[in-house]
Ligand binder design. Structure first.
Ligand SMILES: *[C@@H]1O[C@H](CO)[C@@H](O)[C@H](O)[C@H]1NC(C)=O
Ligand SMILES: *[C@@H]1O[C@H](CO)[C@@H](O)[C@H](O)[C@H]1NC(C)=O
Length: 486
């Protein structure tokens, strides 16, 4: 009984062993058949007729754009290459080999086309990973080596940061000419994007392919390459938030420069601070750009405009401050300044001078008054004196009335005339001195105010020009961009 059981289990074990060996046997037999018995040589180009080329179908499957390096002008992408060709010498009849219809062998064992990326920018030129090759019983071979491809890409920065980039990936056989290896694309639509992982910085627009067949005068052979073009568009949100908006804000701060009153004493330092912060942004932008002089990026033009405006603002602020602090001791106001700045421009900018009696009349009206000495100030101060002392301002004229006044006083008070007369005369002299001094001060402050008003008009003019320029340049730059949002 026990012996029978033992025999049975041994039998099943042997049977299962036999079955396994039967399964493995086919593949082993097939390998032996393909690579030993048939005299296969992997260096042989698998063309049945040597005068015909081997047809190789080629395609790329783009996985991800990992990095676009604007400074070194290259692009790093993760891709799978897909190559299929027909090998007449790797065929078998599947039914003879236990229905084994596909065989997977290492790349080193069979012939593979030597397709390389011509415009590679990596240190070890070929980055493909040597994966296995799939052989089919009908002779078709499939090889899909993945790889990280760093390729050169001429970066065109003209429209930065609203730019599109076209990066070529040129594939071709390194040694086989067109007569030996007929390279064709497996899909006329271009690269396969079904497993593409989107990139945060770049938007993929397309991956078209073009087949080039080049023939040089020297040789009868043709050279075939497939050029895939990665068309990417920069996503502008990042640059909008981190460069454009701060830049617009800072440039609009320049307007404050002309609103800040000169007496605050901060005008120049504000201007210089704005200029410096613009410089910092310019450095940030310049760091991402390739150091090329082929083109000036759009944002560079914008920065140049804004910085020019800022520098000019500082220059004009100095002029404004100069005007503001002028006094009649050092400057006389030229007629044209009075006419152009205080007259026309003030009218054009709808500015009027509010304030006291001396300044209530607008300067245009004042300019029309021919004799400045007979202005309202003189009339008023004279009437004040006359009210108090009942006399004329002019000393020559005053004598008579003063004497009459004194006489009246003497009469009414019955005082010693000579001493009183002396006292009152000296008082009057003092009064006259004080009055003339005040009058002089009034005149001076009037002229000073004229200068201040001229400075104000200039400030306002600069403000308007600056506003128009900032708005105009911002709109012009944004409008000239090929696309704003991506
Ligand atoms: C191979 O496949 C054919 C048809 O599919 C079948 O008739 C035959 O039995 C199979 N041979 C083996 C060894 O499995
Ligand atoms: C290359 O292959 C393509 C497509 O398979 C074919 O149309 C063309 O005639 C072939 N060229 C040569 C020279 O064999």
């Amino acid at each position: 009984m026990e012996a029978r059981l033992y025999f049975l289990s041994l039998l099943t074990f042997l049977l299962s062993l036999a079955k396994e060996s039967q399964q493995g046997q086919h593949e082993r037999r097939l390998l032996k058949h393909l690579f030993q018995d048939s005299g296969y040589n992997k260096y042989e180009r698998p063309a049945e007729d040597e005068s015909n080329p081997v047809d190789v179908k080629f395609g790329i499957i783009l996985q991800q754009i990992i990095d676009v390096d604007e400074r070194s002008e290259n692009i790093l992408s993760s891709m799978w290459l897909r190559m299929t060709w027909h090998a007449y010498n790797l065929k078998w009849n599947a039914e003879d080999f236990g229905n084994v219809s596909t065989l997977i062998v290492p790349r080193s064992l069979v012939w593979v086309p030597d397709i390389l990326m011509y415009n590679s920018a990596s240190e070890d030129f070929d980055e493909t990973y040597p994966t296995n090759v799939v052989l089919s019983s009908d002779g078709s071979n499939l090889w899909v080596p993945p790889g990280m491809f760093k390729s050169t890409c001429a970066i065109d920065i003209t429209w930065f940061p609203f730019d599109d980039q076209l990066c070529d990936l040129k594939f071709g056989s390194w040694t086989y000419v067109g007569g030996l290896l007929n390279l064709t694309e497996d899909s006329s639509e271009g690269g396969d994007l079904s497993s593409f992982i989107r990139n945060g910085e770049w938007m993929l627009i397309g991956l078209p392919v073009e087949r080039h067949v080049l023939q040089y005068d020297c040789c009868p052979e043709v050279y075939i390459d497939l050029t895939y073009t990665i068309h990417i568009r920069r996503r502008t949100l990042y640059y909008g938030f981190n460069i454009i908006i701060p830049c617009v804000l800072i440039s609009s701060l320049t307007l404050l420069l002309f609103i800040l009153p000169p007496d605050a004493g901060e005008k120049i330092s504000l201007g210089v601070t704005i200029l410096l912060s613009l410089m910092v942004f310019l450095l940030l932008v310049a760091e991402t750009m390739p150091p090329t002089s082929d083109a000036v990026p759009l944002i560079g033009i914008y920065f140049a405009c804004i910085m020019m405006m800022c520098s000019l603002s500082i220059v004009f602020t100095v002029v404004v401050l100069n005007f503001h602090y002028r006094s009649p001791d050092t400057h006389t106001m030229p007629r044209w300044v009075k006419r152009v700045l205080c007259g026309w421009l003030a009218w054009l900018l709808r500015m009027e001078r509010p304030g006291g009696s001396t300044t209530r009349r607008s300067l245009t009206q004042r300019a029309q008054v021919k004799d400045y000495k007979l202005g309202p100030l003189e009339e008023k101060s004279r009437s004040l004196m006359a009210n108090v002392l009942d006399m004329d301002d002019d000393p020559r004229m005053a004598n008579g009335s003063t004497t009459g006044f004194l006489m009246k006083m003497e009469e009414s008070m019955g005082m010693n005339s000579s001493s009183v007369r002396h006292d009152i005369t000296s008082i009057l002299r003092e009064l006259k001195k004080i009055t003339s001094r005040y009058r002089k001060e009034d005149e001076e402050s009037d002229v000073k105010n004229d200068w201040k008003f001229a400075a104000m008009v200039m400030d306002r003019l600069c403000l308007v020009v600056c506003c128009v320029f900032t708005l105009g340049s911002t709109v012009a730059i944004l409008a000239s961009a090929p696309h704003l949002l991506a």
